[in-house]
Design a protein around this ligand. Sequence first.
Ligand code: DCP
Ligand code: MG
Length: 445
Amino acid sequence: MTALDPDTAAHSPAAPARPEGTLRRIAHLDMDAFFASVELLRYPQLKGLPVVIGGGRRKVDELLLQGPDGEGLRERHFIPVEDFPLLKDYVGRGVITTATYPARQFGVGSAMGMMKAAKLCPQAIVLPVDFDEVRRFSRLFKSTIMDIAPVMQDRGVDEVYIDFTDVPGGQREGGRVLARLIQKSIFDVTGLTCSIGVAPNRLLAKMASEFNKPNGISIVYEEDLQSKIWPLHVRKINGIGPKAGEKLARLGIETIGQLAAQDEQWLMGHFGKSTGAWMHRVSWGRDDSPVVTESEPVSMSRETTFDRDLHAVRDRAELSAIFTDLCMRVAEDLKRKGYVARTIGIKLRYDDFKIATRDHTAPIYTADGATIRQLAGQCLKRVPLDKRLRLLGVRASTLARLGEEPVLETRTAAPLDARRRKPGAADRLGGQSGSGGSGGTASLF
Ligand code: DCP
Ligand code: MG
């Protein structure tokens, strides 16, 4: 009965006609020491020093700003390095999320206990992660890429795949020219560095992006399989985890080249048909998986065409139930996909096929069914309801990701809670109180 709006659907562009000699070029881009690099933007005086991210809350910023004797607010950039907390003074069970490259030289890295790391690099500075800031930079570097190369697949907070094949510069020097442009653009916009691998497919690109970290580019061609890929450990294959790695080691297979040398049937015998076949395929560098773009939805809507045309007065109960159901479905869609919306709109198609739409932008973001019902009800007040209806739809737009919604000026916020509305308003707003309205098109649902 209801259908998801097409603008919420994922899509990938159709393959264009390509000039002869065009190579499939897929890039994997991964930000360098991402969480730590974001902190260095805030505290540039720490550049070049060993810094680890882990533990604690952001309280540290306030302490740093106050100074050791509470001497009053100081400029972030001028806080002396000696005032920052050190790993040697850390007590607790926290683990390191990431470390700057200077810290990695001491053997410190992701997932290591902080107290253990303190033995290796006591002088490292410790800062907690600022997720809001990390997310902000994540969005910023991804939108910078999308402006240059629109076929991008989000793979997490600090990595993406990009299809270079048809992008200007994507073929030059195997993709190096475009990779350089993207690196420079990201640096100009964010001040952050990244590493990029460009290869015939995602599988090889993911491995290649690690070859020249940090701030590196590596180009891999099909014919580089033997020299660049086969010497790598099997665990470098995205999809071979610790368990499969151990089992392969027990079978005497350490490198990708050794894996490639195995008979496919033998691998299938040990790992099952599909995993065995996959292992064989990837060890030979084969991967056809597309770079799938997932565009951010602009709106989410649900609509329904009735089995028979319904009249706002005579079929009021039925229409009201359908209307509420549509609102609840939109709310479920928002929640499932992790969004909130500010603009709620309705769409009506009359029996003469004419369409009416209205929307209302609220002072708050919401994914709450009752609130959406209420806002949609306000829109209903503003459309003529004297003709029969064929279709009814509810749409949520002005979307934001839950938890990332912009802070809105609330002083002018109109109360949305039904209990705070003026008496009688509930009917007009089409609230769920069940109280009936009488007379006038505005109170029909
Ligand atoms: N991260 C995390 N927990 C982990 C590993 C990583 O929270 N066990 C976070 C911190 C990283 C970010 O994810 O900054 C990206 O992970 P990467 O593996 O890409 O690591 P980095 O970007 O920090 O370093 P690299 O330069 O090696 O990519
Ligand atoms: Mg990274």
